[in-house]
Design a protein around this ligand. Structure first.
Ligand SMILES: Nc1ncnc2c1ncn2[C@@H]1O[C@H](COP(=O)(O)OP(=O)(O)OP(=O)(O)O)[C@@H](O)[C@H]1O
Length: 525
């Protein structure tokens, strides 16, 4: 740790953060920002030096996104000052920030899918001559721009035909492109690996490594192993205050977790408890028979027993996310059948699966799973799901509220009240709301896609605990995931997907027979 430690005395915000070295490419001094009753940032000072990759970590709602918004002129600070190359600056908005070479790669991909790659790159800054767009020139220049960055994409393709990884690479190219007038751009990466799979993450990290000499990066992520892998220095925010700063060489996951959460978390917190051994599992609850989606997915067959966690892993494009959508009734099965508790279901929409007893937590929770302008309570209520599809719920709303409130508390969802709008919550807290909805309602089967992405370590621990409790009560879980340690830790059996089907019979992952990550990776590729 650089200068300050939390173990004896909690430092004040003003203590943490280096004194200016005079070389900073971007520096903020004593920044504060409040939203009505919430102090999102309190007297925060940080400094980014040219060529550095700086990590920014903190629990959901700690203030990370607010800080990035201030650095890019999306929000004005209430107090404090920004300096770019030691000159005081005020950014009226992202465009002005970009003109100073400071730009943000968003958590959600911010590309227009029905435009081509180069059109996205030049969006808002198109080249024209007498009202005519210079398409050929933009295309050629865009291709050489991405080639120079070492980004392997065809800018003439429509973005809808890009893979998720390629879209993320385009986002990064865009950030460099809008900052291209600066000789030392500052690129802020807000959870850039969320949604990326293993190969995409490697690609991104190689790219950051290659571009270190040309830019300064800020890397915001809840995946502490990634932060430790890619950064040089790490700042920790907690409840809007800067509480710690580490040289990455001297940091560990445990130390970071402790700084973020303010307490120790257990290392093996996702592991299957002994009571969930094979012998304690019940009869099959969810049966998937030769399910198929056109010629892309399947045929896939498996059954999940009462209290079992059935893991599904695979590389990007293996079809595991699609499989999840079929199980949730969101993508139609063109052949095969699904049955829950012995009853066959032929879903026409997700509501049919909800009615049959299958809940779904999608990977892209924020855009798919939430009603942003409804309250936290409404969002966590299963009745809302039915309302969305136009059916009248007949549920005990009082009981629902109290169960939901408990889960809100368990997951430590930071919200002024259960009646506050989801819109005002931090990204991670919004994700927790979607998870809370299902964990609060004891649906017999839950299909979860990357359930712990984007949520902080404390909440991950809670989600794992809730999963263990639910399975102990007999709930069955299909756990689709990219975090291999998590899938290995939580599952009883694991299937590896490859080209739309299971590569082999599911692997035993019971408490005393866990496969290693390497074993799974060998099957995945
Ligand atoms: N527009 C807003 N209106 C009201 N409150 C807000 C608004 N934006 C942020 N907040 C509050 O400010 C605090 C900090 O939020 P912020 O989004 O910066 O957190 P974060 O660290 O980025 O979290 P996450 O990891 O979940 O993305 C939270 O309590 C959040 O509810």
């Amino acid at each position: 740790m650089v200068e300050h430690s939390m173990d004896i005395e909690q430092p004040t915000a003003a203590d943490v953060g280096p004194p200016s070295t005079g070389e900073a490419s971007l520096r903020v001094e004593n920044i504060s920002k409040s939203f009505r009753h919430v102090d999102a940032l309190v007297d925060v000072s940080i400094e980014l030096e040219p060529g550095e990759v700086v990590g920014l970590v903190g629990e959901n709602g700690a203030g990370k996104s607010t800080l990035l918004s201030i650095l890019t002129g999306v929000l004005d600070p209430d107090n404090g000052q920004l300096y770019r190359d030691n000159q005081p600056v005020e950014f009226a908005g992202p465009q002005e920030a970009a003109s100073y070479g400071v730009s943000l790669v968003h958590q959600e991909q911010d590309v227009i899918t029905h435009f081509r790659g180069y059109e996205n790159l030049f969006l808002g800054r198109e080249r024209e001559s007498m009202g005519l767009l210079k398409m050929d020139e933009m295309s050629t220049d865009a291709q050489s721009f991405v080639d120079d960055l070492g980004i392997d994409i065809d800018v003439d393709k429509f973005v809808k035909d890009y893979s998720f990884n390629e879209r993320q690479m385009l986002e990064i190219a865009k950030a460099f492109h809008v900052s291209s007038k600066s000789d030392n751009p500052v690129i802020l990466l807000d959870e850039p690996t969320a949604g990326l799979e293993e190969d995409g993450r490697e690609l991104l990290f190689d790219l950051i490594d290659d571009l270190r000499d040309e830019a300064t990066f800020v890397f915001v992520s809840h995946e502490l192993d990634e932060v430790l892998e890619i950064t040089d220095r790490i700042y920790v925010l907690k409840d809007g205050e800067l509480v710690d700063e580490y040289e990455t060489d001297e940091a560990t996951q445990d130390a970071l977790q402790q700084s973020m959460v303010g307490r120790e978390t257990s290392a093996e917190y996702y592991c299957v408890p002994d009571q969930r051994r094979e012998s304690n599992l019940g009869d099959p609850v969810f049966e998937v028979n030769d399910i198929q989606h056109e010629d892309e997915i399947g045929p896939v067959s498996f059954s999940v027993r009462r209290g079992e966690v059935f893991g599904v892993v695979g590389v990007e494009g293996s079809g595991k996310e699609r499989l999840g959508r079929i199980l949730a009734g969101d993508t139609p099965a063109t052949d095969g059948s699904l049955s829950v508790l012995g009853e066959e279901v032929q879903p026409e929409s997700p509501v049919d699966m909800v009615d049959a007893g299958v809940g779904y937590i999608p990977k892209d929770r924020k855009s798919e799973g939430l009603l942003l302008y409804q309250s936290v309570l409404k969002n966590t209520s299963l009745a809302m799901v039915r309302d969305m599809y136009g059916r009248l719920p007949f549920l005990d709303t009082n009981a629902e509220s109290s169960i939901t409130e408990e889960t809100i508390e368990d997951l430590n969802i930071k919200t002024p009240s259960a009646n506050s709008l989801v819109h005002g919550l931090s990204g991670g807290n919004q994700q927790k709301v979607v998870i809370a909805r299902w964990l609060a309602h004891e649906t017999p089967v839950l299909v979860m896609d990357n359930v712990s992405r984007g949520i902080d370590v404390g909440a991950k621990e809670e989600v794992y605990r809730l999963c263990r409790e639910l399975t102990a009560e007999g709930i069955s879980i299909v756990l689709i995931g990219d975090e291999l340690p998590e899938v290995i830790g939580l599952s009883n059996r694991i299937a590896v997907m490859q080209d739309g089907s299971f590569a082999d019979e599911p692997i035993d992952a019971s408490p005393d027979a866990k496969p290693t990550e390497e074993e799974l990776i060998q099957l995945m590729v």
